[in-house]
Design a binder for this molecule. Structure first.
Ligand SMILES: C[S@@+](CC[C@H](N)C(=O)[O-])C[C@H]1O[C@@H](n2cnc3c(N)ncnc32)[C@H](O)[C@@H]1O
Length: 409
């Protein structure tokens, strides 16, 4: 995995032009909105942080570049895509003189952070993988950013030596929020973290308010998973050949045989009359706005056979109750030329389940259909679940050290 290190002086002629085109593209799409982030992304020679790749690949705004893989070929470390860096830096609101902890090192983002905090600030970057630490350190040194401190550490414990931090920026997908992250933030500090919420990832910018974290905004993104003490995988439950459930909610109880039989049986089809758009927001609403949800996937073959709707090709939010399962579908709305949401439901109580799902689709379309309608808070230690609730409400998502509360405005 040794990277051929290139120093700053040897920049290919086209690199500056590619960089400027990347910054222009990121401004156009709204990923860069502030001058300091634009200036940092114009200054840092990204291609030198991925020396194995041609500069044109390095400066592709959407390109995440894998650096290391596990034995099964899955990436364990990447240099994230420029659009993700820009988005997270804007969410973080970094100012000169700040102390920043980056969790997950690649070198590039740490260099951007160093530009943003300036000589009066401090950047500490931590990675659990010694190969990545070495690589990031070498690349930062070669590019003149050796004032960034790169340390080998498991993020679960933060990096107490440099604390408190004004900002903690996590660049691996986290299911947990370890107490150390809150403890190591300044009183008004901000944590930007790709948080796993019922199988979905949203990068949430949280402000620390006392011991609570209050979300200010959230964005869609994908990240390599967190390793170490905070590692966590959602349960993957095979329901039938080519059919899988991804279950995050430990309390969600169901009978696999019953669900398999339900899915092999007839279905009830209902349409909501509501438009299908902003799919990412709808997906988050369906998963977090209701209890008893999991993500359903079916292979292409089953979809071609007509046993499942095309929406199940990815992971589609499914409602599970009374021995049955319901999931979102869509069809063309001839009048508007757009799409309408609907539901396929299977099982003994399919009618009732379909009605419940359609009600959710309508509620979202009529009350919450816009970007950023979710309010996300993190409450360490958790809150008491209502006495009558057998299972946690969809709005309260239990985590190892607390709960995430998602409400919709
Ligand atoms: C997406 S990469 C980091 C990208 C980087 N910030 C950049 O400049 O593009 C995620 C990194 O998180 C690291 N990581 C995963 N789990 C970790 C943990 N528990 N503690 C620290 N680092 C971790 C991985 O080794 C990997 O290098």
């Amino acid at each position: 995995m040794a990277a051929p290190i290139t120093t700053r002086g040897e920049e290919p002629q086209d690199a500056a032009a590619l960089r400027s085109a990347m910054v222009h593209a990121l401004r156009e799409r709204g990923a860069i909105v502030s001058e300091p982030v634009a200036a940092a992304m114009t200054a840092v020679p990204r291609h030198l942080f991925v020396p194995e790749r041609p500069p044109a690949e390095a400066y592709d705004a959407d390109n995440a570049l894998p650096v290391k893989h596990d034995a099964r070929g899955a990436a364990t470390s990447t240099v994230s895509a420029p659009c993700i860096h820009a988005t997270m830096l804007e969410q973080a609101g970094i100012e000169p003189g700040m102390r920043v902890l980056e969790i997950g090192s690649g070198g590039y983002n740490a260099a951007l952070l160093a530009e943003l905090v300036g000589d009066g600030g401090r950047v500490v970057s931590a990675d659990i993988d010694p190969d990545i630490v070495r690589r990031a350190r070498d690349l930062l040194e070669a590019t003149g950013y050796d004032r960034v401190e790169v340390v080998e550490a498991d993020a679960e414990h933060g990096v107490p030596d440099g604390a408190p931090y004004d900002r903690i920026i996590v660049t691996a997908g986290a299911w947990n929020i370890p107490p150390a992250w809150i403890r190591q933030l300044t009183e008004n500090g901000r944590l930007v973290v790709p948080l796993r919420l019922k199988g979905l990832t949203r990068v949430v910018a949280f402000d620390r308010v006392g011991e609570t974290l209050v979300g200010r905004d959230y964005r869609l993104a994908a990240f390599v998973p967190m390793q170490g003490a905070g590692a966590h995988s959602e349960r993957l439950v095979p329901l039938d050949e080519g059919v899988m459930l991804c279950v995050d909610d430990e309390a969600l109880k169901f009978d696999v045989e019953e669900l398999r039989a339900a899915l092999r049986g007839p279905r009830v089809e209902r349409w909501s009359g509501a438009a299908f758009d902003l799919p990412d927001e709808l997906e988050l609403f369906l998963m977090t706005g209701s209890p008893r949800t999991a993500l359903l996937h079916a292979d292409e073959k089953l979809i071609r056979q007509g046993r499942f709707a095309p929406s199940a090709a990815g992971w589609v939010p499914a409602l599970i109750a009374d021995g049955g399962i319901a999931y979102r579908v869509k069809r063309t709305n001839e009048e508007t030329g757009g799409f309408e949401t609907g539901v396929f439901a299977h099982g003994p109580a399919a009618e009732t389940l379909a009605e419940r799902y359609v009600e959710l689709l309508r509620r979202w379309a009529h009350r919450h259909r816009r970007h950023g309608a979710a309010r996300i808070r993190y409450l360490p230690g958790g809150v008491d679940a209502p006495a009558e609730a057998e299972e946690p409400s969809g709005g309260l998502i239990p985590k190892r050290h607390g709960v995430v509360e998602v409400t919709w405005s």
